[in-house]
Design a protein around this ligand. Structure first.
Ligand SMILES: Nc1ncnc2c1ncn2[C@@H]1O[C@H](COP(=O)(O)OP(=O)(O)OP(=O)(O)O)[C@@H](O)[C@H]1O
Ligand SMILES: [Mg+2]
Length: 263
């Protein structure tokens, strides 16, 4: 977000929205990073509000790019991304992004207290709300065990925390934000199994009632998605449920079988 180009600005006369329902639609979207080959080519997809959509595909296929266009971190070259029928370019950036929570593999942490890092989820949250979010994220226990508890300084980029702890901080922020749209970039690296289990439990609670875009590396977490979307070289090559895709998409079958071997 800090590196976001300054060309992305509020529209002159924004449409006023409060809380969005969370229907996400891509309409013939083409996008290329500066002077590169298109990372997404003519991609269309409709994700109904309140459903979970898993994005799978080989490295470089365009999954993160797709997810990053929803909060308008980049501007499409052609086509449109819309939420509840509003083109994202017609909304105030603050309105748009208040409605989206992102839990990334490598959450941004500032060299400040845990408490202040959590507060980035929603700056006007009360202390009770911050702690409730940490409890929901299975983070409260480890935070309390630190020398200064919630007032512990996390170090440069959260250096004093483990990968699993950082992810739980990111999940706690998402609980605080309580946005109708949730973007999850699942960890590629294996966490220890206890940490993994706590994260899965926290996420199960977090996703309830939300539109979820999950970039899935672990197939155990996507089998239950309402819809799975297979990306390959910037295009959507198949969509469906796990049993449908396993039979119909050779790429999906290959990705899935490989995952089961290495998991
Ligand atoms: N910030 C960037 N600047 C330039 N090119 C980029 C940038 N981010 C991604 N790309 C390119 O865009 C294409 C799609 O990348 P993307 O990160 O969306 O893939 P992905 O499916 O998320 O892969 P992975 O599974 O490895 O995370 C790739 O060719 C990648 O090299
Ligand atoms: Mg990615």
């Amino acid at each position: 977000m800090l590196k976001e180009p300054l060309t992305i600005t509020d529209p002159a006369s924004p449409v006023s929205v409060d809380r969005l329902r969370g229907e996400v639609k891509f309409d013939a979207v083409t996008f290329a990073y500066a002077d590169g080959e298109p990372a997404l080519k003519n991609v269309s997809l409709q994700i109904p509000a309140g459903t979970t959509c898993a994005l799978v595909g080989p490295s470089g296929a365009g999954k993160s790019t797709f997810a990053n266009l929803v909060p308008r971190f980049y501007e499409v070259n052609a086509g449109a991304v819309s939420i509840d029928g509003h083109d994202v370019r017609s909304l105030r950036l603050s309105d748009l992004r208040r409605n989206i929570a992102v839990v990334s593999q490598d959450p941004v942490l500032f060299n400040d207290t845990i408490y202040n890092n959590l507060l980035l989820g929603r700056e006007n949250a009360t202390r009770d709300e911050v702690i409730a979010a940490a409890v929901d994220a299975h983070a409260d226990e480890f935070i309390r065990s630190l020398p200064q508890g919630y007032d512990t300084i996390v170090g440069e980029r959260g250096a004093l925390l483990s990968g699993g702890q950082k992810q739980r901080i990111a999940i706690a922020r998402a609980f605080l934000r309580n946005a109708p749209i949730l973007i999850l970039d699942e960890a590629t690296s294996a966490l220890d199994s206890q940490s993994e289990q706590m994260i899965q439990e926290a996420l199960r609670k977090l996703v309830v009632g939300k539109t979820v875009l999950i970039i899935a590396h672990r197939f155990s977490t996507i089998r239950d998605a309402s819809m799975i979307v297979v990306f390959d070289r910037g295009e959507i090559v198949a969509t469906g449920s796990h049993p449908e895709l396993y039979g119909a998409s050779p790429l999906y079958k290959e990705l899935y079988d490989r995952q089961l071997v290495t998991a």
